[in-house]
Design a protein around this ligand. Structure first.
Ligand code: SAM
Length: 246
């Protein structure tokens, strides 16, 4: 899937069931996530991420953080409790509209719409922490390889990048599953605009661990830690990579 297609699908998810599209937990579909429970998962994921960062880099400066593929700001909001300035970046303008609505930290948090295949909107060395969870799995490898190199480029000299990507699928190399919006919303959509009637889909992609390690090295990064992660669900073997600039 090309980036413009991915964008259209995520915009559709954002317009139907945004919290469930971000966290597809059974029983929470049909807008059954409460914002409180949903954002509590972000607090817990950030606590886990920062504990992993702290083990390898105990004196990380907590100035500027980037949340790549921020969605509705689940992790961005939790990062705002720890860092001075947080930037959330996403391909979907409709996800970002929710993120702005859910922001509780004023102008310490900014949300940026980026449809480019790189992070040229940020200068080299801009961030103490670059974080990305449950996003690269939805990005085709032709793009995710470039984004990983970009994470390292925008990292400050003493900063780190912490990102998760599945390495292997137990189903096959690359899968797509389809999310059907609740039928009422679908009917309304059909009436409003026939082109919106098609249900959005979420692609799942993998990048083998050896390939990610090679990419990191080519981009001038050094791997500080790799940990197994359950973030992509039971059908995928996934890792988090903690990286600093060499
Ligand atoms: C499953 S959600 C995860 C959101 C957030 N990382 C979290 O954990 O709550 C995936 C998000 O990645 C975004 N996304 C997909 N491809 C992207 C890209 N190439 N650049 C930026 N964001 C992207 C989607 O729009 C969506 O908001």
């Amino acid at each position: 899937m090309k980036l413009w297609q991915t964008r259209r699908h995520w915009d559709k998810f954002a317009r139907t069931d945004p919290l469930w599209a971000v966290l597809t937990v059974p029983g929470k579909e049909g807008r059954r996530w409460t914002p409180e429970d949903f954002f509590a998962t972000g607090e817990s994921d950030i606590a886990t991420a920062l504990a992993a960062v702290g083990r390898a880099h105990p004196r990380l400066r907590q100035g500027r953080a980037l949340d790549f593929g921020c969605g509705v700001g689940r992790l961005t909001q939790a990062l705002a409790r720890k860092f001075d300035q947080i930037t959330g970046v996403d391909l979907s303008v409709d996800m970002l509209a929710h993120a702005r609505r859910f922001n509780r930290h004023g102008d310490r948090v900014s949300y940026i719409h980026n449809t480019a295949a790189d992070l040229a909107c940020f200068a080299d060395g801009s961030f103490d922490l670059v974080l990305s969870l449950i996003t690269l799995q939805h990005v085709a490898p032709e793009y995710s390889r470039r984004y990983i190199a970009e994470f390292i480029r925008v990292c400050a000299p003493d900063g780190v990048a912490y990102f998760q990507v599945p390495a292997k699928s137990f189903l096959g190399q690359s899968q797509r599953f389809t999310f059907y919006p609740p039928s009422l919303i679908k009917r309304i959509w059909r009436r409003l605009n026939r082109s919106l009637a098609a249900a959005p889909t979420m692609d799942m992609h993998v990048l083998p661990r050896d390939e990610v390690i090679a990419l990191i090295s080519e981009a001038g990064g050094e791997v500080l830690a790799i940990e197994e992660s359950a973030k992509a669900g039971q059908d995928f073997m996934s890792y988090t990579y903690l990286v600093r600039k060499r």
